[in-house]
Design a binder for this molecule. Structure first.
Ligand code: COS
Length: 380
């Protein structure tokens, strides 16, 4: 076991940090306030190779490992968690599945532009009545000649309003439960596909979250990824990797909280001294740093297992469960350290709290992660 990053991993981390500081930091708070999608930043992330980091170069990606990806999402989210999730969804939830299970033709058509950042992807599993209970899919896909006809509604779709390509899970055989779900690629502009409601959110407000609707939406049979009935496993395996991305997002937010707290504690004076000199503040900072280190170890372990081709189901769930928990805790402590200033928008920590909370909810709630972890321990 080694705790050293490779030169490439360090280079990626530094590049992501520089980009985040220079390009995202000046406008992150304003975009959050105005709920503005970061079009220019996403374009530049694509040019840097950050939208298809683990996709082989032959398919337009950067051909990097999961650890590099983790470090990049962490650095981007440290400054702008909205950008972090836009990037994470495209990498983990969209590019991954097409690269893993797509045909050569599907890779050329869909993966190449997605991985190069020329197109943006979204992942549509959740429905009004299928969130944690993901196999309870109501959206249907019926084979009609050489086409599938999709009907249904998906909600809470990150990137949904801006996506060129959406991976959609739909039921092809109701009688088979999870084994009757399949995955399809739907392209923007397909008749019968529409973006419905845009959500107004507590946090990650500059990423877009929408409902999408399919009404007799006809897509070519060749847009099905994998066999009929593979859709639920496709979603679960894809989400395993996605959870590493969200763990990284949470880690970035937590790190931002720690750094903001240290900065503030060293410049704020009370009772005749800097508040950093009070043990009450010192202990909070020590606890935050220790938890961030532990969460990073769990996340790096999951990423390393993925790079080694091993099962990550439980490790990724642990990484997300713990990292998201400590991100919320770190944000609460950061606000406490800032006192009244932590509660107002002049300082960034209130945004960190709003952004941190979603990491305990999307891509599997903390309760779902505990189901996944406990099942792996108790099933044998
Ligand atoms: N990798 C591969 N296969 C998996 C898997 C994984 N991580 N998780 C489940 N499966 C397989 C199971 O092995 C089972 O297949 P077999 O019958 O062939 O063994 C099948 O999928 C059904 O699994 P299971 O019975 O565990 O399904 P459940 O309906 O009980 O669901 C949970 C389990 C709750 C873990 C799942 O629905 C889940 O992760 N929900 C959260 C979904 C989510 O993250 N939503 C966010 C949307 S994206 S923002």
């Amino acid at each position: 076991m080694t705790f050293d990053f490779t030169e490439t991993q360090l280079m990626i981390r530094d590049t992501a940090r520089k980009f985040a500081e220079e390009e995202l930091a000046p406008s992150a708070a304003e975009r959050d306030e105005k709920e503005e999608f970061p079009y220019a930043a996403v374009k530049k992330l694509g040019e840097l190779g950050f939208m298809g980091m683990m996709v082989p170069e032959q398919y337009g990606g950067a051909g990097l490992d999961t650890i590099s990806y983790l470090l990049a999402v962490e650095e981007i989210s440290r400054v702008d968690a909205s950008c972090g999730v836009i990037m994470s969804v495209n990498n983990s939830l969209v590019c991954f599945g097409i690269n893993e299970w797509g045909t050569e033709e599907q890779k050329q058509r869909f993966l190449v532009p997605l991985a190069a950042g020329k197109k943006l992807g979204a992942f549509a599993l959740s429905e009004p009545e299928a969130g944690s209970d993901a196999s309870n899919q109501r959206t249907t896909a019926v084979l009609d000649g050489d086409c599938y006809v999709l009907n249904g509604t998906k909600n809470f779709i990150t990137n949904g309003a801006n996506a060129d390509v959406i991976l959609v899970m739909a039921t092809t055989d109701k009688t088979k439960g999870p084994k009757g779900i399949s995955t399809f690629v739907v392209e923007k502009g397909t008749p019968g596909f529409s973006v419905a409601k845009k959500e107004k959110k507590l946090g990650i407000r500059s990423s877009d979250t929408v409902s999408v609707a399919f009404q007799d939406c006809k897509i070519p049979r060749g847009n099905r990824i994998g066999e009929e009935g593979f859709g639920f496993k496709f979603a679960m395996k894809t989400l395993d990797g996605g959870r590493i991305g969200i763990a990284a997002q949470a880690l970035g937010i937590a790190q931002a909280c720690l750094e903001a707290s240290i900065r503030y504690a060293k410049q704020r004076r009370a009772f005749g001294q800097y508040i950093a000199e009070f043990q009450a503040i010192q202990f909070k900072i020590a606890d935050m740093a220790t938890k961030i280190d532990a969460a990073q170890m769990l996340s790096l372990k999951a990423a390393a297992l993925k790079d080694a081709g091993k099962s990550i189901t439980s490790a990724a769930a642990m990484a997300k469960l713990f990292s998201s928990k400590i991100a919320v805790e770190a944000a609460l402590e950061a606000i406490q350290i800032h006192g009244g200033y932590g509660y107002i928008k002049e300082y960034p920590v209130e945004r960190y709290l709003r952004d941190a909370k979603i990491t305990e909810i999307y891509e599997g709630t903390s309760e779902v992660q505990r189901i996944v972890i406990s099942r792996s321990l108790l099933s044998n």
